[in-house]
Design a protein around this ligand. Sequence first.
Ligand SMILES: *[C@@H]1O[C@H](CO)[C@@H](O)[C@H](O)[C@H]1NC(C)=O
Ligand SMILES: *[C@@H]1O[C@H](CO)[C@@H](O)[C@H](O)[C@H]1NC(C)=O
Ligand SMILES: *[C@@H]1O[C@H](CO)[C@@H](O)[C@H](O)[C@H]1NC(C)=O
Ligand SMILES: *[C@@H]1O[C@H](CO)[C@@H](O)[C@H](O)[C@H]1NC(C)=O
Ligand SMILES: *[C@@H]1O[C@H](CO)[C@@H](O)[C@H](O)[C@H]1NC(C)=O
Length: 399
Amino acid sequence: MFISFNDRMDFRALSTVLVAVFGLLSCYAEAQSVVTTCQTGKYPPDPKTKVGTYVINLDLPPEQRWTELAKAKGPQIRYLIEGFKEFIADFGNASKYIIDFVDSQGANLDKTLPYPFGGELKGIAAATGINLGEVVLYNLFYEFFTVCTSIVAEDSSGKLYHARNLDFGLFMGWDVKNRTWAITERLRPLIVNLDWQRGGKTVFKSVNYAGFVGILTAIKPSLFTFSMDERFNIDGGFIGIIKWLLGDHNQRWMGFLTRDVMENATSFTEAQTKLQKTTMLAPAYFILGGNKSGEASVITRSREAALDTWPMANASKWYILETNYDHWEAPLFLDDRRTPAHKCMDKMEQKNTGFSGIFNVLSSEPMLNKLTTYTALMQVDAGTLETYIQDCKDPCTPW
Ligand SMILES: *[C@@H]1O[C@H](CO)[C@@H](O)[C@H](O)[C@H]1NC(C)=O
Ligand SMILES: *[C@@H]1O[C@H](CO)[C@@H](O)[C@H](O)[C@H]1NC(C)=O
Ligand SMILES: *[C@@H]1O[C@H](CO)[C@@H](O)[C@H](O)[C@H]1NC(C)=O
Ligand SMILES: *[C@@H]1O[C@H](CO)[C@@H](O)[C@H](O)[C@H]1NC(C)=O
Ligand SMILES: *[C@@H]1O[C@H](CO)[C@@H](O)[C@H](O)[C@H]1NC(C)=O
């Protein structure tokens, strides 16, 4: 346990801020519903939006793996963290505790994180000159604010495609004049593809925001593909974070679990089992695609374990898709990206399944919205990953 609350007031203040921050998610709702127009002809998009690739060498000591990327993107990472801090500061005096806490405990935080993460975050702090505590906080943020659409689809020949939009920054500073989300704007320049290598060979590839060492979107060529969508559950996330701060390190950060799966699992089944069983800080949806016909599932997670594993066969379609609601429940009617996504997939038809068709679906509103930072397209047999930065021009739905 790295933190000792000297008096209970500190703890209560910290709790208040966390409740305020994470409680906001319960207000997630859309002002007006969008009439979906399924887009066509969006692929390939402007080559300028295509994301470049950095190699992460897993043979290096953790402290050195991120140096090149962290140096290249240091100023943008710093700018984003400043944005997070401004966002937290909006919650008034109590929020000062989080920042003070993080700044004062920073030097010890790496010791509380499992190998190799402590070392990696230390390396990023050293390369960017950013306080270690803030690098940790930055990594923690991704556990909670990922609003998305994920799809695994099978073409007529049985090939699997896995695609996702990553929407991030809900409620983090709506800029009235520019009609943009402050955090979302700061994230786009950080998007990179990573090629994780051992012995000079690709182990897996992922899409990351520079400075974040966990995994939200990834492909292990010829084995499986993965994406994670947020599952809103205030109790889950909040209790998890408090327990972790109080020193209960038996639960894992989602980002660390998913890294472990990409690095170490060698089959769809092994990946699925690990994703079902490991206790985490917050609930989530894990979308997993395999390498053969019909092999795909959506795992609905509580903090402790899988509540449900929904195989593609039971989705009664040639694809399975997940946004941010349990598949057995109706989506919140004010935030229904599920129905429009189905509408556009059905209109596309199985015979048109491929990067082009799926990119069109994910470029249609409201799957594409002001929070969307990127669209990633993966094909497991070929081992391909293409990522495009998305920036929805007005008029566009805020989320
Ligand atoms: C915030 O802190 C300042 C000084 O630290 C104090 O004067 C002010 O009353 C506090 N505001 C609230 C709402 O507690
Ligand atoms: C709003 O957009 C303008 C022009 O793109 C830009 O210069 C300005 O910095 C933006 N404002 C904010 C607060 O991001
Ligand atoms: C799928 O994975 C299995 C092992 O898990 C392997 O035997 C098979 O060759 C893979 N299929 C393709 C198309 O790569
Ligand atoms: C992968 O497994 C190796 C060997 O067990 C372990 O040292 C490493 O930390 C694991 N990777 C992650 C990200 O957990
Ligand atoms: C899939 O559907 C079948 C038939 O309705 C059902 O018996 C089975 O329990 C379902 N499996 C899962 C994992 O939902």
